[in-house]
Write a protein that binds this ligand. Structure first.
Ligand code: NAD
Length: 694
């Protein structure tokens, strides 16, 4: 893919910046990306390899404690633009990516580095302020400066169109002037870093190289551009490739985080957390509610992005976002009840109470199958409780992670209170090395075990929500077999079977076995398989290519050992990661399909002679997430469920999560709790107060 230059959008002559880079300059390997505070396309910042901060309206004086009223101030400032460009600048510095600041761009860099501005040049406006056209004058380039080296000149002719300037008494941290107006050496015309070690190319100029009259010949334009382009071509950011599983098209390439960028993010989370925690809980709750409203407002676009990267049918993407909103509603409605101080005893002698203090900065390493749901389970209660959060979406759901970050910030979460970590396993590993105050992991048993062992020595909470091999039992007394078959088939195949609590094994009493299997297969055969964006599609592609092979192996092994393939059985001969929904009968526990997590559209159905045999087989697993029983007799079902070592039991339902109930696994399905009152408190440390007398 091409290297990308992000150009910050401005209302003033944006096309000049864009056209400054000619097709010959860009060649076949560089392209331009508009980064617009109006579109708030933060996600595009993470795609870029270098940035140009453009000119335009004065930086909002509140950014540098300046006076809001001054000569020639604009009718309206654009703080939204300042915040957006601050993100760009901080990102460029955290990731050592080249940056060119022009006019206002230079002034913003000075402010962001802690410097100030002369708010209006007053009697110097005549020399510098644009009237009908740009003014023109001479500048001196400092000896040994980067600018001097690039231009190869001690001075040159530049244009001028500004009424503000860098305050020479308040130059930003580690910045040094590299050019001065020839008329008055105090007028700073350019800035660069004083100490450039460990820094990428960074140059700022007060003039407008993109529209200077003789730009092709003038080294104060052309050489700047060439050097900037060369620096961009030299960048070597590790990229995360996002592929649409339905089409196999690459839909994005994102810069991965590295040790250093993650360390910076961690430090900023640590700094921001106490301020957030000091806010009343009601304010934190209101911010999260606003986030939920933004999910609702943007649901079409969010669902489309989710479907494009994980392949789930569009309707199921909608359902997931609505489900996340429902969970947020329960969590915000109950935050006050479960996160406020709790009086345990109060009499004249002694008051006893518990206060729920936040852990601090928590790390959430997440999975791709339900990025909104499993994300919300963690970062929402963590934020409500007063924590800062580093959220690492799965590498297969990063575009959704970026949308989550964007909307949280739009809702009012401070830009340093929630960060996203971009990348796969290596990024996750780097997070394990940082001193977080708690780790919350959702994913496979293999990774969860590794993480648990790795962070054990930190002596901080670590919670693991892992996979499952969830059993379902159809007892002899069920009545409407057709309806039960349809409902349970949905429990096995919804989201293409890629749910932690998907039904993965079915045991059926011999009395109803034949009829149930018959109806089940009929239901599966009735589904529409195809593009996830097509209306009515129930089965789309798998999210991960590698899983095709896992499923194929499970089916082939089962068939070899005597299982009957009633429908499906193989990957589909077309583009995309499609696997036929597969039903296996005559399966046994000698087959991997009945023991290992399938996490796909494959189910094994086994005949049992009585409840006892069903319980024995249901219990024959290393996992313990959920289990369900279908029967007309509630007592019978409850008696069976009591014998199963799983975190959730279902009677006449399955593959279901409620925000009011604890979501927790046992054995290889992990430990710890999300959702419910226990999940709200999972991101806190209770403090006991014994308060005696007066
Ligand atoms: P995974 O274990 O492959 O990856 C999960 C996350 O861990 C990803 O963000 C990944 O980048 C990161 N990671 C991978 N290796 C790492 C390492 N060495 N150090 C740190 N981080 C690392 O799981 P997945 O494929 O994303 O998710 C599917 C699994 O998640 C299934 O087993 C499913 O059952 C389980 N799951 C469980 C629940 C639950 O609530 N119990 C919910 C959803 C998914």
């Amino acid at each position: 893919m091409k290297k990308k230059i992000g150009i910050s959008f401005t209302h003033t002559f944006f096309e000049n910046y864009w056209n400054w880079f000619t097709p010959a300059d860009l060649g076949n390997d560089v392209e331009l990306v508009e980064l617009s505070f109006e579109k708030n396309n933060t996600e595009d910042i993470y795609r870029c390899d270098g940035f140009l901060l453009t000119g335009g309206i004065d930086v909002d004086p509140s950014f540098y404690n300046g006076n809001a009223n001054y000569e020639n101030s604009p009718a309206l400032f654009q703080p939204g633009r300042d915040y957006f460009e601050e993100k760009i600048y901080r990102y460029s510095q955290a990731n050592k990516l080249p940056l060119l600041g022009i006019c206002r761009g230079m002034q913003l860099v000075n402010v962001l580095q802690g410097g100030k501005l002369i708010q209006d040049l007053d009697n110097k406006n005549e020399r510098h302020r644009k009237e009908k056209s740009d003014k023109e004058h001479h500048v001196f380039a400092s000896n040994n400066s980067l600018l001097g080296k690039i231009t190869g000149a001690e001075g040159g002719h530049v244009n001028s169109a500004h009424h503000q300037a860098i305050d020479p008494k308040a130059i930003g941290n580690n910045l040094v002037p590299n050019a001065f107006d020839s008329d008055d050496e105090k007028m700073i015309e350019g800035l660069e870093f004083a100490d450039k070690s460990n820094k990428a190319f960074m140059l700022c100029v007060q003039w407008h190289p993109e529209r200077i009259k003789d730009k092709e010949e003038n080294p104060f334009s052309e050489n700047l551009k060439r050097q900037f382009l060369a620096a961009i071509r030299e960048t070597s950011m590790k990229k995360l490739t996002v592929t649409n599983p339905a089409t196999e098209d690459i839909i994005a390439e994102l810069n991965e985080d590295n040790r250093e960028s993650l360390h910076r993010k961690f430090e900023s989370l640590k700094t921001a957390q106490p301020g957030w925690n000091k806010l009343p809980l009601s304010e934190r709750t209101a911010t999260i509610r606003k986030f939920s409203s933004l999910l609702e407002e943007n649901i079409e676009q969010l669902a489309a992005i989710l479907t494009s990267e994980v392949g789930k049918p569009l309707q199921q993407s909608h359902n997931e976002i609505k489900g996340a909103m429902a969970r947020i509603k329960w969590l915000t409605d109950n935050a006050d009840k479960y996160l406020s101080d709790e009086a345990m005893r109060s009499n004249e002698e002694m008051e006893e109470k518990i206060s729920y203090e936040p852990l601090g900065v928590v790390c959430n390493i997440s999975a791709w199958n339900y990025p909104y749901l499993v994300g919300v389970n963690v970062f929402v209660p963590a934020l409500l409780a007063g924590n800062a959060v580093m959220y690492k979406p799965s590498e297969y759901a990063t575009l959704t992670g970026l949308e989550i970050e964007k909307l949280l910030k739009l809702a009012g979460i401070h830009s340093d209170l929630f960060h996203i970590a971009i990348g796969g396993k290596d990024t996750g590993e780097n997070l394990l090395d940082l001193p977080f105050d708690g780790y919350y992991f959702t994913g496979s048993h293999k990774t969860g075990k590794y993480i648990y062992e790795k962070v054990a020595s930190k002596m901080v909470p670590c919670q693991c929500e892992l996979g499952g091999k969830d059993p379902l039992y159809i007892a002899s007394d069920i009545k409407d077999i057709k309806a039960v078959a349809a409902g349970t088939a949905d429990g096995a195949f919804y989201n293409n079977g890629q749910s932690c609590c998907s039904v993965e094994r079915i045991y059926v009493h011999e009395k109803v076995y034949e009829k149930y299997v018959d109806e089940f297969v009929k239901e599966v055969k009735s589904w529409k398989i195809g593009q996830p964006t097509t209306e009515g599609t129930y089965i789309g592609p798998l999210s991960r290519k590698e899983q095709l092979q896992v499923l194929e192996q499970q089916v082939n092994e089962a068939a070899k050992k005597g299982a009957r393939v009633l429908t499906g059985g193989k990957k589909m001969n077309q583009k995309g990661y499609f696997f036929e929904p597969t039903v296996l009968a005559d399966v046994t526990h000698d087959m991997a399909v009945m023991k290992d997590e399938s996490f796909g559209p494959v189910i094994g159905i086994m005949k049992v002679k009585d409840d006892e045999e069903a319980v024995r087989l249901m219990q024959d697993t290393e996992y313990g997430l959920t289990a369900s029983v279908y029967s007309t007799d509630k007592n019978r079902a409850e008696k069976i469920l009591q014998q199963i070592n799983a975190g959730t039991g279902y009677w006449n339902c399955c593959d279901r999560v409620s925000a009011a109930l604890p979501w927790s696994g046992r054995k290889h399905s992990g430990f710890g709790v999300t959702l419910s009152h226990a999940g709200l408190r999972a991101f806190t440390k209770p403090k006991a107060y014994h308060l005696k007398g007066s």
